[in-house]
Unconditional design. Structure first.
Length: 238
């Protein structure tokens, strides 16, 4: 516990995945993908409770092998592709409140973003609780090759045009201002704010900056192979 604040870590892991079937339990350097995030959460000094939200008994069994109890599965209607990312969080909070458990903050840790440094989770918590006027902290990674000022689209005639209208011609990537993408390394939000807005962050949130090598999320086999290579490299440096 940090500053007497109770923090609930939620790890979402649906059983269905079209991009990479079974990705949440696919072995990554000999460990199921979700196992990396569970171990990172368990290493935190500040997390009060860890909750794995899944509709899959197979994923639940793997999570329980890492020491997280899963008394029941997520309702199927909260696990379909059209279900919002906030719906299962609301369901989880209401379920725990009925059990007499209340939390000041929700920490969403996506298992598809396992490239966390040892200090990331607790550093993000410290950042949030040191700035109580802010409602949330979100991990941001700088966009490089796919900067929005460089990205193109096709018009109705099939012509290549800038995706964004801009007042000047960009001749070099280095001329672009910095742009960031919110990655699933950490989303930390005040419970009350989330329940009111169903948002994890807005324009008043604090950024928690991650390094370039951390900006990968498992959506397909190519992401998985990139993350596997990065983990091998990071491990070799230790």
């Amino acid at each position: 516990m940090y500053n007497n604040q109770k923090i609930l870590a939620i790890i979402p892991a649906r059983g269905g995945s079209k991009g990479l079937p079974g990705k949440n339990i696919k072995p990554l350097l000999g460990k199921p993908l979700i196992g990396w995030t569970i171990e990172q959460a368990k290493a935190s000094k500040y997390i009060t409770e860890i909750f794995v939200s899944t509709d899959s008994r197979e994923i639940a069994d793997v999570a329980e092998s890492f020491g997280v109890s899963i008394p029941e599965l997520r309702p199927s209607e909260l696990a379909i592709d059209t279900a919002t990312s906030s719906s299962f969080v609301v369901y989880t909070l209401e379920k725990l409140r009925k059990e007499g458990k209340n939390f000041n903050y929700i920490l969403l840790l996506e298992p598809t973003s396992p490239l966390r440094k040892n200090e990331d989770i607790d550093s993000a918590i410290e950042l949030a609780l040191s700035n109580p006027e802010k409602n949330s902290v979100v991990s941001l990674g700088e966009v490089h090759m796919e900067h929005p000022m460089i990205v193109k689209k096709l018009d109705k005639k099939g012509n290549i045009i800038p995706y964004l209208e801009q007042s000047f011609v960009l001749t070099q990537r280095q001329e672009a201002d910095k742009a960031y993408f919110p990655y699933g390394v950490v989303y930390l939000v005040k419970t009350n704010y989330f329940m009111e807005t169903k948002k994890f962050y807005d324009e008043h949130s604090l950024p928690y900056f991650i390094e370039r090598w951390q900006g990968y999320e498992v959506d397909d086999i190519y992401d998985f192979l990139c993350i596997e290579a990065i983990l091998k490299y990071q491990t070799s440096k230790k």
